[in-house]
Design a protein around this ligand. Structure first.
Ligand code: ADP
Ligand code: MG
Length: 759
């Protein structure tokens, strides 16, 4: 990177901008407004909020007034450091504050000020539970300030959404905001749009949203008949293929591909078919089946429940009910597990979380693990971030990572730790990057007569209640990474005396940020606590990034490795993984750029058709005789309605096909013969070419639909099959499951690691 740019970045990721706001928070904390009435405070807050962006005095005065109201109506008097954090959010800076510092209140103080200043505010939460909880919890403060508040979740009926979005402050899960965006984009009438105004986004758990989940596409799709089953012959061949000779798995176990011998076997099993020509979809099926067979592991990558396979999100370690795999993989896993095929879904539209967030005018956020991500947040989003100290000093003891030779030895060591803590009445929270590992460990605990509560992919419904009790004396909770996030773990007095919460990591996570999220469960607000991570050389992360590590020389009894240099292996593995994830985020952004511009052009025209009657003449204009004839028989309004339906349905179908084309391009099928060109250039060239005639063709196809319109009861009836409007849609997220996403592989190819010459 150029030095000048580097220097600029370093300036941007300094903590100074946040530190400079300290005097404002101090001034606010010193203002005593206890004698003022609620009405006076709310009136003052309103005036001050309007000027808080430019005047330090107004900002301090707003914070003092809202502090007093929070004290009276929420029973919480914001600490000075919370005022400081709110000030940062109001000056466009994101802040890191440790777990338990009261970020919910911080976000509410900031949301209220933006709201009073006339901005439209969305507080983006991690899930439905938190959106509902926080809107309700902070409600009395907003009410005292004369602001309306609402939450929108997956359970909110379509009919109520528009009204809820009209509230001054809206608490909404990130994904839900995205689904509403997508549904609005395919609305068949302006009335059907819920039209949320995306102005200010205040993001809770911001690093998870902006980084860990940034590349996850939110998808709107419609059922398009039963899924195409993978050809049974393919399943059969794939079963018979031998590792190494017929197919190879990449060193890091993320991609699998057929060797020449494997291809030959496939060709022999499918005589007469052109795998590299007309029947290339069969080759794609074989790859997907191979992937499902050899890379996806039951209970780790997916679980089987209620007769179908559910994806386990690797970042959260739990089942996402709305998650589905990328096209094809679902049915491959269904075939592998002998399940009935679920319906095939056709993608109508999609948006990544990163794109959704970029659609807001102002974006700020909080998190307990934001600061280490500050540089990337600035590069990707232009977001400035800083950090603040805890209100009460953190006395949690974080021990250095212990590395064991074997996974079993690590588990024994963990078991000893749990035993000791439990018998002393200390609560223990065990976290692990893998669902299978947490299950196994919980089983071991039970065999030992230790009663453990397990939070994992299989029972995510009550996780918040369970996690809330994790601070009871002697309680043992086994949890995957993000289970129950946002819920406070309060220590019972006896648990505090026993040393507070002990956090044990069974293996390190793919990034130190994720480790820190688990650690942060202990030691909130000056509580005692301890965290210990136990890794093993057999852990997936280390196997993937360091398959050829040397055998340790200095191993203690029980497998603990004493060689300090080998301990470095863990940090290195995490950095490699973080680097990979980071380049994937950049790549996804670049690959999505042209599609976003194209979508924007379509939506512009689409919105005109939706709202401007005059624009509808376009479609009738192509069939003037038919138009004149119909116009004699029906009202002008009926003519408009028919043209609108035909145009919108046509352009939506065209976009669905375009997305499908782009997805196939990414699958690499069309790029095989172009191996020597730069993939992004090829990709952009191809989708630009495909997009060129898209809008004109949509108008033509609309006119074709109108040409067959019939007069029924004084109105126009169009052919439903020709229109092809989906009767029901599905909104879900496709996981960025870390194995073999196509972009991911491209990313590694760009770094020169992919040997297949696929692109
Ligand atoms: P975070 O999101 O930062 O982890 P929460 O917003 O969940 O923290 O708050 C943690 C706990 O601290 C909650 O139980 C909340 O009631 C309490 N809390 C927050 N701010 C204050 C305050 N100023 N005074 C008293 N309790 C507070
Ligand atoms: Mg929180």
């Amino acid at each position: 990177m150029f030095d000048a740019l580097r220097a600029k970045l370093l300036r941007q990721i300094s903590n100074r901008p946040v530190e400079r706001l300290a005097p404002i928070a101090r001034a606010a904390a010193q203002l005593d407004l206890s004698t003022r009435s609620d009405d006076e405070l709310s009136a003052a807050a309103r005036t001050d909020a309007g000027e808080a962006a430019s005047s330090d005095e107004a900002l301090a005065s707003y914070l003092a007034a809202s502090r007093e109201l929070a004290d009276r109506h929420l029973g919480m008097r914001p600490f000075e450091v919370q005022l400081h954090a709110a000030a940062a959010l109001l000056r466009g800076l994101s802040v890191e504050q440790a777990t338990g510092e009261g970020k919910t209140l911080v976000l509410a103080l900031a949301a209220a000020s933006y709201g009073l200043a006339g901005r439209r505010v969305h507080v983006l939460s991690a899930n439905d539970y938190l959106a509902e909880r926080d809107a309700q919890w902070m409600g009395p403060l907003f009410c005292a300030l004369g602001l309306s508040v609402a939450s929108v979740t997956g359970h909110t009926p379509q009919a109520q959404r528009r009204e809820r979005y009209a509230a001054g402050i809206v608490y909404v899960p990130v994904a839900e905001s995205g689904f509403d965006l997508l549904r609005d984009r395919i609305a068949m009438s302006a009335d059907a749009q819920v039209s949320p105004v995306r102005d200010v986004a205040l993001i809770d758990e911001a690093d998870a949203v902006l980084l860990d989940e940034a590349t996850v596409p939110l998808v709107l799709s419609a059922e398009a008949g039963t899924a195409e089953r993978i050809d049974p012959r393919i399943i059969e061949v794939v079963e018979s293929l031998e590792r190494e000779s017929d197919f190879a798995v990449d060193d890091d176990a993320r991609a699998v591909h057929l060797t020449d011998a494997g291809l030959t076997a496939l060709e022999e099993a499918l005589p007469g078919l052109e795998l590299f020509g007309r029947h290339h979809h069969l080759l794609a099926q074989a790859n997907v089946a191979l992937h499902a067979r050899h890379l996806l592991r039951r209970d780790v990558d997916y679980v089987v429940r209620d007769g179908r396979a559910w994806l386990v999100s690797q970042t959260k370690g739990r089942v996402e009910l709305l998650h589905r795999w990328p096209e094809g993989l679902q049915s491959a896993v269904e075939a592998k597990e002998g399940l009935k095929p679920s319906a095939r879904l056709e993608i109508l539209d999609q948006v990544t979380i990163a794109e959704l967030v970029r659609g807001y005018g102002t974006v700020v956020g909080t998190s307990a693990t934001l600061w280490p991500a500050a540089e990337e947040l600035f590069e990707l989003y232009g977001i400035g971030a800083g950090h603040l100290p805890p209100n009460a000093p953190c006395i949690r003891v974080d021990e250095p990572v212990r590395v064991y030779e074997l996974s079993a030895e690590r588990d024994t060591a963990a078991l000893d730790l749990v035993h000791a803590a439990h018998s002393a009445g200390q609560p223990v929270l065990v976290g692990s990057p893998s669902v299978a590992r947490s299950e196994e460990f919980a089983a071991t605990l039970r065999e030992e007569g230790l009663d453990a509560v397990v939070l994992n992919a299989r029972q995510d419904a009550e996780e918040n209640t369970i996690i809330a009790r994790a601070g009871e004396p002697g309680r043992i909770t086994v949890s995957t990474q993000m289970a129950g996030r946002g819920t406070d773990i309060r220590l019972a007095d006896a648990a505090r005396d026993a040393g507070g919460l002990l956090v044990i990591g069974l293996g390190v996570f793919p990034s130190t940020r994720l480790d820190d999220q688990l650690r942060g469960r202990a030691g909130r607000q000056g509580d005692p606590g301890r965290s210990i991570f136990l890794a093993s050389l057999e852990d997936e992360l280390i196997q993937q990034t360091e398959p050829n590590h040397r055998t340790p020389a200095d191993v203690a009894d029980g497998g603990l490795i004493r060689d300090r240099r080998l301990n470095e292996i863990v940090g290195h593995a995490q950095r490699v993984k973080e680097g990979e994830q980071q380049s994937l985020r950049g790549l996804t952004h670049r690959y999505g750029r042209l599609l976003r511009i194209q979508r924007g052009r379509i939506l512009e025209r689409r919105q005109r058709w939706l709202t401007d009657d005059a624009s509808l003449a376009e479609a009738w204009g192509l069939i003037p005789e038919k138009a004149a004839q119909l116009a004699d028989q029906v009202t002008e309004d009926a003519m408009h309605r028919a043209a609108r339906t035909a145009l919108l349905a046509s352009v939506d179908r065209a976009w669905t096909r375009h997305l499908d084309f782009a997805a196939q391009l990414r699958e690499g099928i069309h790029l095989q013969s172009l191996a020597r060109k730069v993939p992004l250039e090829v990709f952009n060239g191809e989708i630009a070419r495909a997009f060129g005639p898209l809008l004109d063709r949509s108008v033509t196809s609309a006119s074709r639909i109108l040409a067959r319109a019939t007069v029924v009861d004084g109105g126009l009836r169009l052919n439903a099959r020709q229109l092809g409007i989906p009767s029901a849609t599905w909104a879900y997220t496709v996981s960025d499951y870390s194995l073999g996403s196509e972009l991911d592989r491209m990313g590694r190819k760009l770094k020169g690691k992919d040997r297949r010459g696929y692109y």
